[in-house]
Design a protein around this ligand. Sequence first.
Ligand SMILES: [Zn+2]
Length: 146
Amino acid sequence: MPRPKQFRKVAEEPRVSVFKPAGIPRVELDEILVTVDEFEAFRLADFERLNQREASSVMHVSQPTFNRILSSARNKIAEAVVKGAALRFEGGEYVLPCDVRVFQCNDCGESTEAPMGVPRPRECPACGSNSLARMKRVKESGETET
Ligand SMILES: [Zn+2]
């Protein structure tokens, strides 16, 4: 059986798509592209302060992969700060929580995830049963109290 395609989980997209130095027209700035998965690695490691083991598991990648993504993010962000360039957060290989399908095993109740566009899992990872049911996604409330 082919290995399932790797996907990097990103909890949320960056709040802004461009981050730029004040007072300089954008046309005069160099722009450095940081992908959304790089941004997520940076956010988890340096903002949420997760260790690499926790952060790599949150993103659903191996630790060496996480490390590589994080180094790349840090280098780009450092370069922008040092050189006074703009940062653009865009693109990359990732899935958002709304893109993830959840399947539950009818036999043992274990749940497993697969992103959209990837074949559904055949077997329960816990007990090997092939009786899996797609779960209805619990919609996260977008309502905010003000
Ligand atoms: Zn099971």
